[in-house]
Design a protein around this ligand. Structure first.
Ligand code: NDP
Length: 436
């Protein structure tokens, strides 16, 4: 804490990791002798820069831009860019730290990084977004590269923004290097399934956890938070598995569908969020059987499966108690660190099967790794090929978690399993490089 003052999110992520890894760490002298935990919690480097862009009225604005290059032991730094007013060094360090271990679980050659800006894209026109992305890349391009650091999307950064960022990189470098950014459009080096990958992966992981405990997703009531990239495709995949999805949310409130999503209401949600960029209040007006609850979170709605897919710390201890009381059986984290440390303890103590983000939401970066592989081959795989490879990655992550996880009262501790499995991979590589 003294080494990193005023970084609560980073402390939280490291604490959650160290708490579960410590017994394994202390059991292996090769790790303690190398002081590996001390080394792992310090990023390789952090780049910070100014982004100046002009709004539609000709007024200039200055924002902060960052790239945290956390750990490249497993491969080039890899992780998304977030555009949100809350972005600061603490949040990006927590995300870069988490990303390092998530990427290690995929077994693809990817290190961990994260970046972004405190720019608020809400209410900005398409041309303003374009000018901002071009201004950001004017500096970021010096620090990234297909063998150095490969950014992607995150909150506030989707296919449109990646297109603008990639276009500027291509212009500045005079190279068409597809592998420098992932999440690209299909017509210029993107991969099939990328936009669906994180949400689909979360549900595949939840289904694997349920099956491992003799249960199944089919017929379950599922509560989802968020209505962005991850949430939308988690809803779709859960519906396809025969689950009843009863909620989605955004930063202003949540929508409740007591009878579950239908194909019709799902299509309306997709249009409102992906094309029209409007709020869930509009969704409730246009879709049948939907009520809107302004200023509230969805966790009071009883559900057997919970998929928090919005943002960090959206579920606190009190909400976790409500979930447990309402009969939740399984929760998989779609967002990064959506549960506070206390909320995780409450659910685990109540016997809820808990899938931590670094395992459950690794499908997005797994698919990004597959996009890089296609770019290197100069090939475009079919949808089926990518989907099969992605399912293999998610199944392998589940197996690694189970291999390392303790079992308490018949429930597999996926949090400990994911942390220990990924710790061992990264630590062994770092030790292999010597004292660096
Ligand atoms: P999007 O920007 O597409 O969607 C974010 C969603 O969360 C929106 O519905 C947004 O509502 C809501 N939200 C944002 N901030 C808050 C808040 N403070 N309170 C309540 N709701 C909020 O982002 P993604 O779907 O891409 O990312 C969601 C989470 O998943 C993040 O934690 C991200 O790091 C993580 N993740 C994303 C991956 C990806 O492939 N995209 C991969 C792995 C993890 P509104 O529209 O009103 O802002």
């Amino acid at each position: 804490m003294r080494r990193n003052p005023h970084e609560p999110e980073f402390h939280q992520a490291v604490f959650e990791f160290v708490e579960t890894v410590m017994p394994y760490y202390l059991d292996h002298r090769k790790y303690t002798d190398a002081r590996i935990l001390e080394r792992m919690t310090e990023p390789d480097r952090i780049v910070s820069f100014r982004i100046v862009w002009e709004d539609d009225n000709g007024v200039p604005h200055a924002n902060k831009g960052f790239r945290v290059q956390f750990n490249s032991s497993m491969g080039p730094y890899k992780g998304g860019l977030r555009f949100d007013p809350s972005v600061n060094v603490s949040i990006l360090k927590f995300l870069g730290f988490e990303q390092t271990y998530k990427n290690a679980l995929t077994r693809l050659p990817m290190g961990g990084g994260k970046g972004g800006s405190n720019f608020n894209p809400k209410g900005r026109s398409d041309r303003e977004i374009m000018r901002f992305c071009h201004a950001m890349m004017s500096e970021l391009f010096r620090h990234i590269g297909e063998s150095t650091d490969v950014p992607a999307g995150d909150i506030g950064v989707g296919a449109r923004e990646i297109g603008y960022l990639f276009g500027k990189y291509k212009q500045l470098s005079n190279h068409f290097t597809g592998g420098v950014l992932t999440g690209k459009g299909l017509s210029f080096g993107g991969s099939e399934i990328r936009k669906e990958a994180t949400g689909y992966g979360v549900v595949v992981f939840a289904e694997d956890m349920l099956k491992h405990h003799g249960k199944t997703m089919s017929g379950k009531t599922v509560a989802v938070s968020g209505s962005g990239n991850v949430a939308i495709y988690a809803v779709q995949r859960a519906m396809r598995m025969g689950a009843k999805v009863v909620t989605v949310s955004d930063s202003r409130g949540f929508a409740h569908l007591p009878n579950g999503f239908t194909d019709e209401s799902f299509a309306i949600l997709q249009d409102i969020k992906e094309n029209r960029r409007e709020s869930l209040a509009v969704f409730a007006q246009e879709a049948k059987g939907v009520t809107y609850h302004a200023g509230k979170s969805p966790w009071s709605v009883p559900a057997q499966v919970g998929l928090p897919c919005a943002t960090q710390n959206e579920v606190d201890e009190t909400m976790a108690r409500v979930m447990a009381k309402n009969g939740m059986e399984c929760l998989a984290e779609g967002a990064n660190m959506p549960l506070t440390a206390q909320a995780i303890h409450v659910l685990k103590d109540a016997g809820v099967i808990f899938g931590p983000a670094k395992a459950a939401n690794a499908g997005g970066v797994g698919c990004s790794g597959l996009e890089q592989a296609q770019n290197a081959q100069r090939l475009l795989w079919t949808r089926d090929q990518v989907e099969q490879e992605l399912e293999k990655i998610m199944r392998s992550i589940h197996e690694q978690c189970v291999e390392y996880a303790p079992v308490k009262n018949g429930v597999t501790d996926y949090q400990a399993g994911a942390n220990i499995a990924s710790f061992a991979r990264v630590a062994d590589a770092m030790i292999g490089y010597g004292y660096l």
